[in-house]
Design a protein around this ligand. Sequence first.
Ligand SMILES: *Cc1c(COP(=O)(O)O)cnc(C)c1O
Length: 349
Amino acid sequence: MKSYVFPGDIAPRIAAIGSEPFIYMRTDAFSQINKESERMLLDLIHCKGGRTIIYTGSGTGAMSAVVENYVSTKQKAFVIDGGSFGHRWFQLCEYYGIPVFDFKVPFAKDIDYTLLEQKVASEKPDVFLCQHHETSSGQLFDLEKISDICHRYGVSLVVDVISTFLAEPLDMGALDIDICITSTQKGLNIPPGLSILFFSPKLDGYTFNHKGYYWDFDDNFANLKRGQTPFSPATILYLQLHVRLNQLVEEGGENKNIADVRHRALHFRALCQKYGWNVPAENPSYAITGFQTKDTADRVIFKGLIEEYDTYIMPGGIPGFYRVSHMGLQSDEDLDRLAAAIHEFEQTL
Ligand SMILES: *Cc1c(COP(=O)(O)O)cnc(C)c1O
């Protein structure tokens, strides 16, 4: 099988952990693993002196946790709604009854930052929620510009970096972001099931809300002091995360990983050009390539790849629009074969 979805093909050494016996979580050994993972994660995102919470749950669980515990302490939220993931922030605010301004950005377009600043000035939010990369289209947003605007107007910044952590350069400290979110099945390239919150040291001592029993920040922080979790963690995933983090560091850290992702993206985009597939994102992230094919009726390419090549790519929200992740293991030759197969199915249309 070849996988170009999330998390893509994962390293055999990581996958093998899933079939091995695993330790009991209420032990010092588990606590130590958890604490080491926290330290390595904070280093990778440049969040000096910060804290993490690792949840057993997918990325949306962590987004929900942020709204329950933090956004709900604010008067008004401002959301960048540039696709299905941005819209999720909006829906979460609505769900919890938090006043929210929904700043819509057209599919695959960058933000109009001048208009954004005007809206922030007139709407006067006190918390700003966005994605670094709107994974539904492939569009990357400019966090430096967003961070500048937030700081000029005194707005707390929360960024979903789920699909850019370890795929795009990201310095949480320099960007002065209050909370970042990621999860295991994207840049970390291990199975889905854990999500990670990064907290700036500026939030030390902050009075969080208690609006969700399972995701409660204070309960998690209290347990984490001894490297523990309030409830049963997905122990195997914690072990895979720990080994993967060590592997990342051994292999040259985040810069090496980011360079590899970029190489694969550029290689695949040259193939898109060769076969005449448009990449609609105005400023595409290297994490994935979203491209438009002629396959607008029956998902012939998607189904054909599974049936004939045991290969997975991601269909998008628009007919004929597909996405290929560059965050898993993939060689230039793999991508050559993938593009040739997509072209082959397209020719039959
Ligand atoms: C994958 C992803 C999520 C989380 O989705 P889950 O299915 O809950 O893991 C959230 N935001 C972005 C930008 C993503 O790419």
